[in-house]
Design a protein around this ligand. Structure first.
Ligand code: ATR
Length: 258
């Protein structure tokens, strides 16, 4: 039997998910067809409904539809509710279910692929869009000492921590990018901005890094202003390829439990 899965987004041509899932399926001996589906805002919900009505096994959701997909779900995981967004859909007893594996994928990538334990660390997240919101709860579950969100628009960072602080004892703080000029050095700096995709200026002060600061960019497959900054400060720096792989594996396990 051929199982059908797909990733939906816009744009979608660049998605690496089909190759990643093909490798997982091959390793497990599963006959899988995994497509890329380009959706528009006005046909996204119909495409999802038709996919499952036609026997589809699972969907990955990527930008800009993770929040829309969350709103379609009839059942959601705790991580999906914390993120208010899903990247993984499946059906159970005719109900549309959703999970967000991005944050657990990031945690797994850092702790296991890069052997970088998060417990006790001082973490800085740059950005306060969907990408940032999606990873905060799973990062906090790893017991860092504290987590600060810095964003160009401070109010968005403040809104995220107000919502997330209800669910964790890890001290969460928020501020502007300018405030970072007076901030201490952080152990781990995670870029969750989309600065690589637009041509606007992106600068960071030197004081936020110490010689052992670890830099991780959730963007993958391209050079970013953040990675340039990290390398120019001689920091250990990685792009988001390991997170991509780990979030995909968590989705695959949901659709095809071992
Ligand atoms: P995503 O879902 O990928 O997080 P998003 O919701 O559009 O996308 O959020 C993008 C994030 O990158 C935002 O935090 C944005 O800052 P604002 O909230 O002030 O818009 C941030 N961002 C984008 N370009 C940036 C730049 N050049 N410098 C700093 N932050 C930037």
């Amino acid at each position: 039997m051929t199982y059908r899965c797909a990733v939906i987004g816009n744009p979608i041509a660049h998605s690496r998910s089909p190759d990643i899932h093909a490798a997982f399926a091959q390793a497990r001996g599963i006959d899988l067809r995994y497509d890329r589906i380009l959706a528009e805002a006005d046909n996204f919900a119909t495409i999802v409904a038709q996919f499952f009505a036609n026997g589809g096994r699972g969907l990955n959701i990527t930008l800009p539809y993770k929040e829309s997909a969350y709103r379609l779900c009839e059942q959601t995981s705790a991580d999906a509710r914390r993120a208010e967004a899903v990247n993984t859909l499946w059906q159970e007893n005719g109900r549309l279910c959703g999970d967000n594996t991005d944050g657990r994928g990031l945690r797994h990538a850092l702790e296991h692929e890069h052997a970088y334990p998060l417990a006790g660390k001082h973490i800085l997240i740059l950005g306060a869009g969907g990408a940032a919101r999606g990873v905060i709860a799973p990062l906090c579950a790893a017991r860092p000492a504290r987590l600060h969100i810095a964003n160009r628009t401070t109010a968005k960072a403040a809104a995220i921590i107000a919502a997330q602080q209800l669910h964790t004892t890890v001290p969460l703080t928020a501020g502007s990018l300018e405030d970072l000029a007076a901030a201490p050095a952080y152990d781990l700096i995670i870029n969750a901005t989309s600065a690589a995709f637009n041509n606007t200026a992106f600068t960071l002060p030197d004081n936020i890094a110490h010689p052992q600061t670890y830099a991780y960019d959730m963007t993958y497959g391209r050079d970013t202003p953040f990675l340039d900054w990290a390398r120019s400060h001689h920091l250990t720096a990685h792009d988001g390829s390991t997170m991509l792989q780990a979030q995909a594996w968590l989705s695959f396990q949901q659709w095809f439990p071992a």
